[in-house]
Every structure is written in C-alpha cells, then in structure tokens.
Design a protein. Structure first.
Length: 307
C-alpha cells in the first residue's frame, strides 16, 4: 500500500482500490453468492416462488447421484450415475489434454528459452500468437472442417498412404482432445518458458561438460527449475479444458458428453437454473479437490504456482 501511495498518490491509489473492490464484489462475489443460494432452492413454477414450497433443500445436489447406468471398467460392469460418469470422463480427458500440452510445450519452451537466437525470438513469438487472433469459435469450426470424414486431414493421409480408408475423427473424444490441445497449448508454453528462461545457462553447460546425457540434464536440472512454470501451466490448462464449452459442443459426438454441456442443458434447455447452479458448484468443488490432490501427490505448493 505504501508503495502504491508513493508511486501514484492518494487519488489514483484510492481509484485503484475502489475499482478492484467493485470488480471483486459486483462481478465475482455477489453473482457467485446468488448462484450458490439458488442451488439450494427447488425448481418451481413462478407462482410458487416465495411460497411454502420454496424451501432450502439439497435435492438439486442429489440429482448428481441419480439415474445410474451400466458402465464397463476394466472388463467389469458397475452401476454408475450418468452425471458422475460424465464428470469423471471430463476430468480424465482434461488430464490427458494437460499431459499432451506439456509434452508439446516443454521442448518448444526450452528451445525458445535456451537455443534460439534473441534476434529471432520476437518473430517466433509472433508466429505463435497469430492463430490466437482468431476467435475460439472460428478455430473450433476450422478443426471441425479439418477433421470431417471427407475433410483435408483424411484426404492427405489417404494420399500419403497412411490410412486405407477415411477415419471418423469426430467420434468419441478424439476431436475434443485435438481441439483443446490446440486451444490451450500456449497456456502451458509461456509459464514453462518463463521458468526455464530464468535458469542459468552455465548450469546446463556444466552438466554437459561433466558428461551428463541430455535426458539426465533435463531430469536433474531443467525440470526441477521449471517446476513452478509446469505447475502453473498444468493448473490453467486443466481448469480451462474441464470448463470448456465451445470445443466439446462443436467437436463432440453423442458419445462424448462434457460436464459443462450437462450444466448448459440444465440452465438453458431445461430452464432449471437451480439444478444448473448446484452442478456448477459441484463441478468447481470437485475439480478444486482433484487439483489439490494432484498438487499434494507431486509436492507442488501454491507458492510454486504463484511464482
């Protein structure tokens, strides 16, 4: 606070505080509190709202565990609630997207941070940013065209002899994974780049001079140093992928439901905002618990992500 007052003066500092408080209160806290309160109210006709039937209940949350269906897991059949199944499917494939983006982003981040010449860095960053200038909707539609049964990707693969017949890419979760990786890979790239850039190059050269192979240099020196960037990128990519709606809606199929689509169905199709609010908070809570569990397993602290 003293630093803000010294740099900007009392008037501008007060304006910053007021605007930040307004943003937090009016655009974050109050809407979420209203949604949270609505999640405990039943879905009623307008004439019954405020009447004796309008009481607090956990019925909206209980719907999450209703409507069990047969689910095959490792050759065994279990009765699993359909929305629980969709949730765990969303978490699993979001985790897979996060892992794929890390595999793609880490080598590129190391190349940009330690190999490429500084004079070429701005041009390479511009090339990475150019696709982001197009809206997410248009990029998803572009992938829908590319992955179509008679689209360019199958045509190229058939011409190269990679496949004998066209592949139905938009079936199951394949197209969703491709679309999410393309959409969010930069959210993994830049935190890792920032972390690797701060690594002293002399440490890498010293390891090479002592005979360390490239994989051990990365395992013992680069990866531990880049841990905060990896953690930050992984949390962002996972939460953005799990909370995505456009990509699963455009590139999904009837067999690849995303949990955000379930929330949308409650709110917009069924017009049941109360159940949609309950599912939204369940989704937020369960995803937060999953991320916290993974952070505990990999010994990642919040301070690592905040770096």
């Amino acid at each position: 606070m003293q630093e803000l007052l010294r740099r900007f003066g009392p008037t501008l500092t007060g304006a910053f505080i007021v605007l930040t408080a307004f943003w937090l209160l009016m655009l974050v806290i109050l809407p979420n509190l209203t949604l949270f309160e609505s999640s405990f109210r039943p879905y009623l006709p307008v004439v019954d709202v405020g009447g004796p039937k309008d009481i607090y209940t956990i019925e909206n949350y209980a719907k999450f565990f209703a409507n069990a269906t047969d689910t095959n897991i490792l050759g065994f059949t279990f009765q699993v609630p359909i929305h629980v199944k969709i949730f765990f499917g969303t978490v699993f494939y979001s985790t897979l997207v996060t892992f794929i983006t890390f595999i793609l982003a880490y080598p590129l981040a190391f190349y940009l941070a330690k190999v490429v010449a500084p004079t070429s860095l701005a041009t390479l960053f511009l090339l990475l940013f150019v696709p982001m200038w197009v809206s997410e909707v248009l990029r998803a539609f572009a992938w829908f065209i590319i992955l179509a049964y008679k689209g360019p990707l199958n045509a190229v693969f058939l011409w190269m002899g990679v496949i004998d017949s066209p592949v139905r890419w938009i079936m199951g979760y394949r197209a969703i994974i491709i679309g999410l990786v393309y959409t969010y890979v930069l959210f993994m790239l830049f935190p890792i780049y920032n972390a690797i850039q701060s690594l002293d190059t002399n440490q890498i050269e010293a390891a090479q001079d002592l005979g360390s192979p490239w994989w051990r240099t990365h395992w013992r020196i680069v990866l531990p140093h880049a841990k905060p960037g990896i953690a930050s990128g992984a949390v962002m990519v996972f939460m953005l992928s799990a909370g995505s709606l456009l990509v699963p809606a455009l590139l999904g199929s009837p067999t690849s439901l995303w949990f955000t689509q379930t929330i949308q169905q409650w709110m917009l199709e069924a017009q049941d905002w109360n159940s949609g609010a309950a599912y939204s908070f369940l989704f937020l809570l369960l995803c937060t618990l999953f991320v916290s569990l993974v952070m505990w397993v990999f010994k990642v602290r919040l301070t690592d992500i905040a770096k």
